[in-house]
Design a protein around this ligand. Structure first.
Ligand code: NDP
Length: 241
């Protein structure tokens, strides 16, 4: 059995592509999901990946879920913190629930998921932690103060954690995707989506598999000197606007 890779939100969208990419590269993959049981079951059957259900915003559920994964598959050596949600509104119309749901799922999850695995990684002198941030955490996006704040927070978390663990064979990196063709982006009204695509110099949305390939590289032994980095994958959208 290959090293165990745990991918949160790993049954749909970018996370599903990451799970499949890591499985093809020889890892033993565990993918988590929150509530879409049918999608998760179908994904598991199609790709032979073990799936686990818990809420990444909930510390006790994460600790119990990770203990379950480790009991069944072995110690988690690669952690991909990918699960994320949007609850868009301009701040003057945003409710505290919309703010809090996004901060808890997208940012608190960095702590709730990483805390239970980091001591084991340190003891084994090996680990790969890959956090999925966003272009909107780098540049800020109107209508997404909650999401932009959480995704920017992931970048600070990544840089601090990388320094804490650099001598322990553990790398910690953030990936900032631009607009990638998943359910999250398909939920954007078509006219708005067309106007977004017009700002991407490459002229199209990114593919989940393109993000997955970057994750697979960062997870590999070859990427040992890449840590504390923020990698962009956005078709030049960030520099062009
Ligand atoms: P999707 O909405 O397609 O999938 C989200 C995944 O996260 C699902 O598997 C979902 O589970 C899971 N999830 C959501 N909330 C929780 C929770 N509380 N606990 C556990 N799992 C949860 O998202 P994408 O694939 O588009 O996005 C993946 C990541 O990439 C996110 O962090 C997103 O912010 C980021 N990103 C996406 C971009 C894009 O253009 N798509 C651009 C930049 C960043 P379930 O299936 O059960 O709902």
């Amino acid at each position: 059995m290959g090293k165990v890779a745990l991918v949160t939100g790993g049954t749909r969208g970018i996370g599903a592509a990451i799970s499949v990419g890591l499985k093809k590269a020889g890892y033993t993959v565990a993918s988590t999901y929150a509530g879409h049981v049918e999608a998760a079951t179908k994904f598991s059957e199609e790709h032979g990946v073990s799936v686990f259900r818990w809420d990444v915003a909930h510390p006790e559920e994460c600790a119990a879920g990770i203990a379950d994964v480790e009991a069944k598959l072995g110690p988690v050596e690669i952690l991909v913190n990918n699960a994320g949600i949007t609850r868009d509104a301009t701040l003057h119309k945003m409710t505290f629930d919309q703010w809090s749901a996004v901060i808890r799922t997208n940012l608190d999850s960095m702590f709730t998921m990483t805390r239970p695995v980091i001591e084991g990684m340190r003891a084994r002198n090996f680990g790969r932690i890959i956090n999925i941030s966003s272009i909107n955490g780098q540049k800020g996006q109107a209508g997404q103060t909650n999401y932009s704040a959480a995704k920017a927070g992931i970048i600070g978390f990544t840089k601090a954690l990388a320094q804490e663990n650099a001598k322990k064979g553990i790398t910690v990196n953030a990936i900032c995707p631009g607009y990638i063709d998943t359910d999250m982006v398909r939920a954007v009204p078509p006219q708005i989506l067309d106007s977004i695509i017009a700002t991407i110099p490459v002229g199209r949305l990114g593919k989940p598999e393109e993000v997955a390939d970057l994750v697979t590289y960062l997870a590999s032994e070859s990427a040992a000197f890449i840590t504390g980095s923020v990698l962009t994958i956005n078709g030049a959208q960030y520099i062009a606007n």
